[in-house]
Design a protein around this ligand. Sequence first.
Ligand SMILES: [Zn+2]
Length: 191
Amino acid sequence: MAFLSCCFARLRPNVYQAVYPARVAHVDLDRSQVLISLEELSGFADHEQSSVEREWAEYIAKRRVHQPAFRAMVMRAYETQCTVCRFKHGELLDAAHITADSDAAGDATVTNGMAMCKIHHAAYDQNFLGVSADYRIHINAALLEEIDGPMLKHGLQEMHGTRITLPQSTRDLPDRDRLSARFKAFLDTSG
Ligand SMILES: [Zn+2]
């Protein structure tokens, strides 16, 4: 028997993230304890799950717990502003990963994140924009040569050589080793 439920993941003291649906996997009446399993609804299928399905369910469950928490931590650290251009509307901001989410080392920790507006996040992910370990912004060499409208000129080219806006708290600063590794990938594609 399975019960649909909701549980709360602890982000930091007194701050919790609701996670649902969650499955009550086991009830221990003697100890008044329940074991909550985080799964997609597809996990309720009657058939035995294959290892691929299981891995996928675990991946989804991990993302559902960690990604909203990651975003909340990064937005708080960066005071809801783009680290590149200081744009301040949360609806158009993302928590960008330094070490990619798809990488096994891509932890959902604040030091592996930077708040970026949608355009700078996409530019960072596509290596049009890089951030070196000394917190400087670099724009792809070919892009610097292009002539186009105001987005290219003001949004990207004029950011070249400037420094990102850092979190107030030193413990929230982007990890320099991660930045350095990611910046190498930028240099490899920047030419
Ligand atoms: Zn921006």
